[in-house]
Design a protein. Structure first.
Length: 129
């Protein structure tokens, strides 16, 4: 069961990471796509998926969220430097890490709102019976 949850979390994360990368291409932020960049985005996204799979363990959800955000910020900032998207200086790193945090926070909030709406819908159906 844990392997299924791990693979599901990794697949969802890679899908989200690829979508965000494609949005950068559409907006013109990425002029040329290289296989190295695509693979690095997949790796960073997969690492977030591994961290996300911790939600299925007995670990406190707040700690899992911190680990997930930390993993994402470190992974994506590392590949940004590695791929030459940002320079290796504190200002660029802090700005990029902050932008990554905001994007991750927005995605987290969307998933949270969806789960709250689903929970309310389920509770409503249960209360009707």
């Amino acid at each position: 069961m844990m392997l299924k949850n791990l693979l599901k979390s990794i697949a969802i994360s890679i899908g989200l990471g690829s979508f965000i990368y494609l949005l950068n291409g559409v907006t013109g932020a990425v002029a040329e796509v290289t296989p190295q960049e695509i693979i690095s985005v997949w790796i960073a996204s997969a690492l977030i998926g591994v961290a996300s799979a911790l939600y299925y363990t007995k670990m406190e959800s707040t700690l899992v969220t911190v680990v997930q955000f930390g993993t994402g910020i470190i992974a994506f900032t590392t590949i940004a430097v590695f791929n030459g998207w940002i320079a290796l200086n504190p200002t660029d790193i802090v700005f990029y890490a902050g932008a990554t945090f905001v994007i991750m926070l927005l995605i987290f909030l969307v998933f949270y709102i969806i789960s709250v709406v689903d929970s309310r819908r389920i509770n409503k159906k249960l209360n009707e019976k």
